[in-house]
Design a protein around this ligand. Structure first.
Ligand SMILES: Cc1cc2nc3c(=O)[nH]c(=O)nc-3n(C[C@H](O)[C@H](O)[C@H](O)COP(=O)(O)O)c2cc1C
Length: 220
């Protein structure tokens, strides 16, 4: 089998991006609500999104720049600290996509898209009404990589989860069958979670409440 080789130091930023978004798939989408110092709310999706630590619960998004300026999400989170990450699920794709448009900083994207919000409990940024899963977060740290094409890795601590009641499984887990999360692939391509299957891990790991843990496996 032949392989194409790409050396990072021989390709430009666009090709690095193409290879990353093609190789790191599917990516979950963080739909991030934030607020500026004047109280203007902002909403945007980010698929460079992952968990950082489970206890304390920390998550990260990587946010690029727009013509050498931080995007509104980065600026807002650094200024006002509290933000909300919603999980993008079936039915919410269109609104999520609309929220990625390049709105002016003083435009309220919820109003522009016609999304209803409810106040959050612990942070200033609002929560999208009826979104199945949302996490209220507080800014911990930003790490910046690159110069010409800088990216800000924004790390936050989860303060509170809002999980729609009917999605709870055994009062502990979020039921992925009912959640129907959506994933981002390369370019304008997305995927649905239509076929879920189980594969038991061959190892036994310390019980962190993970379905693969020894305690959970004994119960099966
Ligand atoms: C599905 C999806 C995923 C995206 N992921 C990212 C990402 O990980 N990082 C990023 O900088 N921009 C990403 N974008 C683009 C931002 O959403 C877009 O630049 C947005 O306007 C930023 O908004 P803001 O300036 O209000 O923060 C994504 C767009 C879409 C549709």
């Amino acid at each position: 089998m032949d392989y194409r080789i790409f050396n990072a130091d021989e390709i430009d930023h666009r090709q690095c991006y193409r290879l990353l978004i093609g190789a790191v798939v599917p990516r979950p989408i963080a739909w991030v609500s934030s607020i500026d110092e004047n109280g203007v709310a902002n909403l945007a999706p980010f698929s460079f999104f992952t968990t950082v630590s489970h206890y304390p619960p920390m998550v990260s998004i990587s946010v690029g720049e727009r013509v050498k300026q931080p995007k509104d999400t980065t600026a807002n989170i650094e200024a006002t600290k509290g933000y909300v990450i919603h999980t993008v699920t079936e039915g919410w794709q269109e609104a999520m996509n609309e929220s990625s448009a390049n709105f002016e900083p003083d435009q309220d994207e919820f109003a522009e898209i016609g999304l209803e919000t409810v106040p959050s409990d612990l942070v200033g940024a609002p929560r999208i009404k009826d979104c199945p899963v949302a996490m209220e977060c507080t800014h911990e740290r930003t790490i910046t990589f690159g110069e010409e094409w800088a990216t800000h890795l924004v790390i936050g601590r989860v303060l509170r989860w809002h999980v729609r009641e009917d999605l709870m499984l055994e009062d502990k887990y979020i039921n992925p069958h009912l959640l129907q999360p959506v994933g981002r692939l390369g370019g304008p391509r997305y995927c649905r979670t239509n076929e879920i299957y189980e594969l038991q891990a061959p190892y036994v790991q310390p019980d962190v409440g993970d379905p693969n843990s020894a305690e959970q496996q004994k119960r099966k």
